[in-house]
Design a protein around this ligand. Structure first.
Ligand code: SF4
Length: 88
């Protein structure tokens, strides 16, 4: 399945818990903000928002990363554009 992952750089405080939980998906950039990595594509581009193809395990891991963020700076959307996390 495909998910759209977005980090709000204004909310991100560089706490890096998302990077600890899901280093395949999140990395800090030079401004200490989390960027979203592409699981399938090398080399990884750096962007605050990206569609990524995930399996069930990867999806769960990304949700755990988003839940670990102290400022809820990570947003997850499904293919229809519905926001899955944080729940509305
Ligand atoms: S856990 Fe949240 S605040 Fe910390 S780096 Fe990730 S997105 Fe930013």
């Amino acid at each position: 399945m495909k998910l759209r992952i977005k980090v709000d750089p204004d909310l991100c405080i560089g706490a890096a818990s998302c990077v600890t939980v899901s280093p395949e998906t999140f990395q800090l950039n030079d401004e200490n903000k989390a960027v979203v990595l592409d699981h399938s594509q090398e080399p990884n581009g750096r962007t605050y928002e990206r569609w990524i193809e995930v399996n069930d395990d990867e999806k769960e891991n990304i949700f755990l990363a988003a839940q670990s963020c102290p400022t809820l700076a990570i947003f997850i959307f499904d293919e229809e554009g519905k926001q899955l996390f944080p729940e509305l």
